[in-house]
Design a protein around this ligand. Structure first.
Ligand code: DSN
Length: 417
């Protein structure tokens, strides 16, 4: 960091402040995580200097022989880890990965089915201001009112009625197992393409803790951060028959030069994800989320769907006298970072929302376990009940600081520097 400090002390100081925030507060955004020092080293490497438009062996620039090897390693590791026929590791993000699939299989105006954003879907699955909602006719499906599980009958009925070109199985705020075999059956019944967006659960999928869509889906998209714990970025995987159309859709179709430093970091993360330690980590992520959900229920909170099967918990605050936005702010002041989130059939607009989404991937990376989850649940409850009591919030924030000190972040990295 020395040269950054000299060249740009302003940016250096802000990064240092962010280091403090990450170190001493509880990071519970379900889509965030802490990458390994090795991933950051690859991402911060001189590969950022290289242009490499095209694909390994077929570049538009000279001097690509090293980055070719890196991209081939990343592709091979993705194919092996996810058990797929083809992988493109160039998408800059999860939304770009989804866009690549849409552009590969649909013309503007085509119809697709996606999970309703208000029921756990993602911006790139049909938000009216996103390309996904502006270019296509989106038919949203939702969860059932009685148990908050995906309404597969509704998916089938809508698919038969609208005959979509594509069905998307995937979500960014759904705490339960997604049944890809039912989605696959429905897609086959109506001759639609099935795309699974596993951005949130990819780490669980490769660790065998969530069923894999590799068999049923024509395309699988993911991000490489979140539970995968790699650099920010995306990957698209598909059956062989789509490989060449997909690749040319990504380049030259929608992206220019790939970010080779990020692709190197993806390769490192994919290697890490193939280890026994990673499977143990994912097992603990789920264990921690279940403990958090149980403990919050013991403390009188309503949890969407009555629990969780994965890395996240969706808390329904409708009977707590605070909305999601207020809860996010109160918890932030105590030192717990979460995000406001719509709950199914939410009476409030998304800017306020009636829930919060809490995830365990980042704290589990710090090696926190079920004991710490119970403590955190009690702090969440206490903070929300005593929102105007500064002494209580101060006490909780002091407890959080001590807890964070007991589970230091990146201590190995600091020793290396
Ligand atoms: N914004 C991410 C999330 O928080 O779920 C998805 O891209």
């Amino acid at each position: 960091m020395n040269s950054l400090q000299k060249t740009d002390p302003e940016v250096f100081e802000i990064i240092r402040d962010e280091e403090g925030r990450q170190e001493y507060r509880l990071e519970m955004i379900a889509s965030e995580n802490f990458t390994s020092p090795a991933v950051m080293e690859a991402q911060g490497s001189i590969l950022t200097n290289k242009y490499a438009e095209g694909y390994p062996g077929r570049r538009y620039y000279g001097g690509c022989y090293n980055v070719d090897k890196i991209e081939e390693i990343a592709q091979k590791r993705a194919v092996e880890l996810f058990g797929v026929e083809h992988a493109n590791v160039q998408p800059h993000s999860g939304t770009q990965a989804n866009m690549a699939v849409y552009f590969t299989v649909m013309e503007p105006g085509a119809t697709y089915l996606g999970m309703d954003l208000a029921h756990g879907g993602h911006l790139s699955m049909g938000h009216p201001k996103n390309f996904s909602g502006r270019l296509y006719r989106v038919i949203p499906y939702s969860v059932r009112i009685e148990d908050h599980l995906i309404d597969y009958d509704m998916v089938r009925d809508l698919a038969k009625k609208h005959r979509p070109r594509m069905i998307i199985a995937g979500a960014s705020a759904y705490p339960r197992i997604i049944d890809y075999s039912i989605f696959g059956q429905i897609a086959r019944e109506v001759d639609a393409i099935l795309m699974a967006d596993i951005a949130h659960i990819a780490g669980l999928v490769v660790s065998g803790l969530h069923p894999s869509p590799a068999h049923d889906a024509d395309f699988v998209t993911t991000t490489t951060h979140k539970t995968m714990r790699g650099p920010r970025g995306g990957i698209v995987m598909c059956k062989k028959k789509w490989a060449s159309a997909l690749d040319s859709c990504i380049f030259p179709g929608m992206q220019g030069g790939p970010l080779m430093h990020v692709i190197a970091a993806k390769a490192v993360a994919l290697k890490e994800a193939a280890t026994r330690e990673f499977t143990e980590y994912q097992t603990n992520v789920v264990k921690n989320a279940k403990t958090l959900a149980d403990e919050l229920m013991n403390l009188g909170f309503k949890i969407v769907s009555g629990g969780t099967d994965n890395h996240l918990v969706l808390v329904d605050l409708t009977d707590k006298g605070v909305n999601g936005a207020q809860a996010q702010e109160i918890l932030e002041s105590a030192g717990i970072t979460v995000n406001k989130n719509a709950i199914p059939f939410d009476p409030l607009p998304p800017g306020k929302a009636s829930g919060i989404r809490i995830g365990t991937p980042a704290l589990t990376t710090r090696k926190m376990g079920t004991k710490e989850m119970k403590l955190i649940a009690s702090w969440i409850s206490e903070a929300l009940q005593n929102k105007s009591d500064e002494a209580v919030i101060r006490r909780i924030s002091g407890g959080i600081r001590e807890l964070c000190e007991a589970f230091p972040l990146y201590h190995d990295k600091k020793n290396e520097v």
